[in-house]
Design a protein around this ligand. Structure first.
Ligand code: PRT
Ligand code: ZN
Length: 285
């Protein structure tokens, strides 16, 4: 049988959210003797566990059909695989940072300097846009310690909270690129595999659509029904059902979590009662 092979990081910063996304998409892995390649129950996919550095190339050469990898790795490797979807997790930025006490004059500061990085491709491309020539010192880990031990004048590395920079007495001076997890795919998938990928995308989109949304159920006095409905836009329009008590109806709808407290206050003012807020797992729109 034809299966879609998905390459994912075997451990590290992408692992937890990748596995959660697959699980929410109904992909439950069979535990097997093999730890590198696992098949799934009830859906024609198998999951190949790799180092993130190897994912773009594996997808480009067809060892895997699709992969979940950081945008930084995908762009740096320049692999011939197409980006199918932004997944919205493992967000970070690739930034230039210099010793805290240096005065930063702008990108020219880097002219003739030595920069330690694991992303020479992306960095060279960035610097050349500004006609800045610098010397790159390519190292694969602990880039942030390079200036402190005299190995480089500056670094170009991934940043999320910024605390690694601070604790190494560095300051971020320019953002080279923003990054998040991506779903990438081989350029020449068979029709059958395309179809499985289509189903997978549909599931991912249903999960993303439900994010930040809540289902709300409440009892509304008929006299304020119109105003209450206006507060609850819903997917299309709210569902209204009559209640045994004549002057009241039950209203059901979907609201964005970020507007939650604002809306609840107004609903209460309009006499809504028995308000229930329920999490939504998936939403097919
Ligand atoms: O073993 P393998 O090669 O698979 O893993 P890895 O060690 O190369 O990668 P890993 O697991 O560290 O990161 C995987 C991916 O997560 C990266 O390629 C990014 O796309 C994404 N990501 C998101 C990050 C970060 N946030 C991040 N903060 N990757 C690394 N960092 C590091 C950064 O290098 C620095 O050392 O965290 C430190 C900075 O964090 P803050 O919070 O102190 O700013
Ligand atoms: Zn890696």
């Amino acid at each position: 049988m034809n299966m879609l092979r998905i390459a994912v990081q075997s451990k590290g910063r992408l692992y937890d959210e990748t596995m959660l996304l697959l699980e929410e998409a109904g992909i439950k892995l069979n535990r097997g003797k093999r730890i590198l390649l696992l098949s799934a129950k009830g859906f024609p996919v198998e999951v190949l566990f790799l180092r993130d550095d190897d994912i773009p190339q594996s997808v480009a050469n067809g060892v895997a059909d699709v992969g979940i990898v950081g945008e930084n790795e995908y762009v740096e490797k320049g692999a011939e695989a197409r980006m199918v979807k932004r997944l919205g997790f493992s967000k970070c930025r690739l930034s230039l940072a210099i010793p805290k006490d240096e005065t930063y004059s702008g990108i020219e500061w880097f002219k003739g300097k030595t920069i330690a990085t694991s992303y020479p491709g992306i960095l060279l491309n960035y610097l050349s846009q500004y006609h800045v020539k610098a010397e790159l010192h390519v190292i694969s880990g602990s880039v942030e310690i390079a200036p402190g031990i005299g190995l480089a004048d500056a670094i170009c590395d991934l940043v999320s909270s910024g605390s690694t920079l601070t604790s190494n007495r560095l300051k971020e001076v320019a953002v080279v690129m923003q990054s998040e997890a991506l779903l990438i795919a081989n350029n020449a998938l068979s029709e059958e595999k395309q179809e499985i990928l289509g189903e997978l995308l549909f599931r991912f989109e249903s999960i993303q659509a439900a994010e930040g949304k809540k289902y709300v159920l409440l009892n509304a006095p008929k006299e304020h029904l119109k105003e209450i409905i206006e507060l609850l836009p819903g997917v299309k329009s709210p569902t209204i059902t009559p209640l045994a008590n004549d002057g009241w109806v039950s209203v059901q709808s979907v609201i964005a979590e970020k507007h939650f407290w604002e809306i609840i206050g107004k609903l209460k003012q309009l006499g809504a009662q028995g308000i229930l807020i329920i999490p939504i797992e998936k939403m097919i729109v």
